[in-house]
Every structure is written in structure tokens, then in C-alpha cells.
Design a protein around this ligand. Structure first.
Ligand code: SF4
Ligand code: SF4
Length: 346
């Protein structure tokens, strides 16, 4: 596999050159936060960042996506026929994605790409995207990737791992997709032993900086009914204002709603991210709502991530430890604390 070293200027020039082969998304400073934006919109990448506020899941799975279009105009021979809306699956690359967010795509893949059901749009979006990771030299206090099967330099789910060695970037290809990306990146030189050793040292020192322990080992042994009926949910949910921030920022939340929007005689069928924290999420056409109370919705979020997913997929928890929901919840509800309560409940 190809391991190449680039000065930081060479890396930026290489990314400019790669725009002929990929639509490149990079972290960009946007007010007080960072966000992934397309390089071809004139944005300046800033790789000296902790993580973006919104996860990059929208590159593969847009927040709003036109699925079908139709016309109700009887004079049109195609009237009332649903046609798939045009979508762009040309090659894309998310450059600078953190390992937790790459791990999150692997978690979500288990939902959208199964032997029984394949979501064609998610799968095509994912397959056309190359994930070029940037390891975390300085994880945040809210990060806990190491407690949920990841790590600040974990390669799982990445096509390329980039190490920030101060003056230079070391780019290590992990998959064929990644090798193709690095082969196309002009201006680098072959990595020498010194760079490889520096990368190794960086990876292990960074892992040691993450102290959060989030016990999840006993979740699989708990009874669903016992956890569902446990008395602690009122306390967990007490402060929640059902704003949905935790679910919208989360790279492993995948729920959506489908709506028709009609303009005159033409219509679009659109899917939009939705949130289990909103009362309308489960409102039936009959008016009945099986989760009309806040405590039921908060319980659903944590039971889904920490129990239903665990039992269904046997793949750990539905969380990559990015810490966004901990950082941005306006009332400080902390999934690490809830995991401790659920894991220790007897
Ligand atoms: S971010 Fe916090 S307050 Fe908002 S819905 Fe999530 S848990 Fe509730
Ligand atoms: S549940 Fe919270 S910490 Fe886990 S992946 Fe989602 S936003 Fe990140």
C-alpha cells in the first residue's frame, strides 16, 4: 500500500488537483464552528480543527433528498407516474473526516445495506465516496471513541489515514479506493522510516489521552422489558427540551420521514432526516401517538442506541463516541452517564 508524505502546502495543492477526479469536501471554519464544505465553492480548508459541529453524514445521506418526481397534469403522457429524481453519484471524497465519523458510516451501513434490504441511494452515495481520515492528535474531553470500539487513529471504515506530523502530513492508503486517491495526489514523496515511526508514536500517545470509560459490556445481557420499565427514565428525561439537536448532529442517527411536496401540478417525493425526539415522529394518521410523552421519546433514543441495536446487530452500540450530543445538548444530557446507568441496572 502507498504511504506518502506531503508538506502542508503540497497537500493543499494536491487536493486542488484532485478536484478533476472527485468532488472534495473539507472542514472549513464557519463562524465559531467547523463544517464540511465542497472545495470547489472557494472555501479554504482548515485541518487544524477538533471536529465539525454537524457530522459529515449528509455527504452520503442528504438532510433533504428528492427521491421521485411526478406530474398530475393529465395532458402529460407521463401523468401520475413516479420517476426517480436525478442524483449525483460521481466520485466524492471527504478529506479530513475523523475516525469516529468513518466508524459511524460502518454502523449506519448495517441498517441501509443488508441482505434483505438495500437502500439504493444510501448505498450508491456511500460507494461513490472515498473517506480520507485525519487522525486526532488532541481528542476533545467529550470524545469516547476508545470505549465504543474505535480510536483516534482507528482505520476502520477509512480509505486513507492522514497523520498530522507538524510540518508534514503522512497519508497512508488503507483500501484500493484509498490507494487510487493517493496515486492521483500529485507532489508527495514516499514515506521514510522516520515518518512512519512518528506516526506510530502519535497514534499511541493520542489514544492514551482519551480517559472516558463508558461501560457497555453488560447491555446485551439485560432484559429489554426490564430496561424499558426501569424507574430511572424520568430522571434521565427530566431536563430534555426535545430540541432534536442530539439526533441531527449524530453521525449514527439514520431516521427519516417521507413527504410529498406539490407545486401546482408537479410534485416531488422527498425524504428528510427526522428525529425520535419530536412528538410528530410517531403521530399516527388516526391521531393516536404511541410516544406522546417526553420520557417515552428520550427512552427510545437511548434504548435504540444502547439496547435494540446491540441485540439486533451484535456489533456493539449504535454510537461511535464522537461526543457531539454531549457537547451540544443544551441541558447537558450525557449519553456516557446514561450508558453507565443502563449497563449497571439490576
Ligand atoms: S439535545 Fe438534549 S435537550 Fe435536545 S433533544 Fe437531545 S437530549 Fe433533549
Ligand atoms: S450518540 Fe452522541 S456520541 Fe454517539 S455517535 Fe451520536 S452524537 Fe456521537
Amino acid at each position: 500500500m502507498t504511504d506518502s508524505v506531503f508538506t502542508k502546502d503540497q497537500w493543499l495543492t494536491a487536493l486542488e488537483g484532485l478536484k478533476t477526479s472527485y468532488k472534495i469536501f473539507v472542514p472549513v471554519k464557519d463562524g465559531d464552528f467547523h463544517t464540511f464544505k465542497a472545495l470547489d465553492e472557494g472555501h479554504k480548508p482548515d485541518f487544524d480543527y477538533k471536529n465539525t459541529r454537524m457530522s459529515p453524514k449528509s455527504v452520503v445521506y442528504p438532510q433533504s433528498e428528492r427521491m421521485f418526481e411526478y406530474t398530475l397534469d393529465g395532458s402529460d403522457p407521463d401523468a401520475h407516474i413516479m420517476k426517480e429524481a436525478e442524483k449525483d453519484y460521481s466520485p466524492k471524497a471527504i478529506v479530513g473526516i475523523r475516525p469516529c465519523d468513518a466508524h459511524a458510516f460502518q454502523i449506519v451501513k448495517l441498517n441501509f445495506d443488508t441482505p434483505e434490504y438495500r437502500d439504493p441511494w444510501w448505498v450508491k452515495g456511500f460507494e461513490s465516496t472515498t473517506l480520507v481520515g485525519l487522525g486526532c492528535n488532541e481528542p476533545c474531553a467529550t470524545c469516547f471513541c476508545t470505549a465504543v470500539g474505535g480510536g483516534p487513529f482507528d482505520e476502520k471504515g477509512l480509505d486513507v489515514m492522514v497523520y498530522d506530523l507538524g510540518e508534514t502530513f503522512l497519508a497512508k492508503a488503507i483500501t484500493e479506493k484509498g490507494e487510487d486517491f493517493i496515486d492521483k495526489a500529485q507532489g508527495g514523496s514516499e514515506a521514510d522510516d522516520k515518518a512512519l515511526k512518528a506516526a506510530e508514536a502519535l497514534s499511541s500517545s493520542s489514544r492514551d489521552k482519551i480517559q472516558a470509560s463508558v461501560p457497555t459490556d453488560k447491555l446485551k445481557d439485560k432484559g429489554i422489558t426490564e430496561l424499558f420499565e426501569a424507574p430511572f427514565w424520568d430522571d434521565v428525561a427530566f431536563a430534555c427540551i426535545n430540541c432534536g439537536t442530539c439526533t441531527y448532529l449524530c453521525p449514527t442517527c439514520w431516521c427519516f420521514d417521507i413527504q410529498d411536496e406539490v407545486f401546482g401540478k408537479d410534485g416531488d417525493r422527498i425524504r428528510n432526516w427526522d428525529s425520535c425526539m419530536f412528538p410528530l415522529f410517531t403521530l399516527h394518521g388516526s391521531g393516536h401517538n404511541p410516544r406522546d410523552k417526553k420520557v417515552q421519546r428520550v427512552r427510545q433514543r437511548f434504548m435504540h442506541k444502547l439496547k435494540y441495536y446491540v441485540d439486533k446487530y451484535h456489533n456493539g452500540v449504535q454510537c461511535s463516541g464522537c461526543g457531539r450530543c454531549v457537547r451540544y445538548c443544551p441541558v447537558n444530557i450525557d449519553i456516557r452517564e446514561v450508558a453507565k446507568i443502563m449497563n449497571g441496572y439490576t
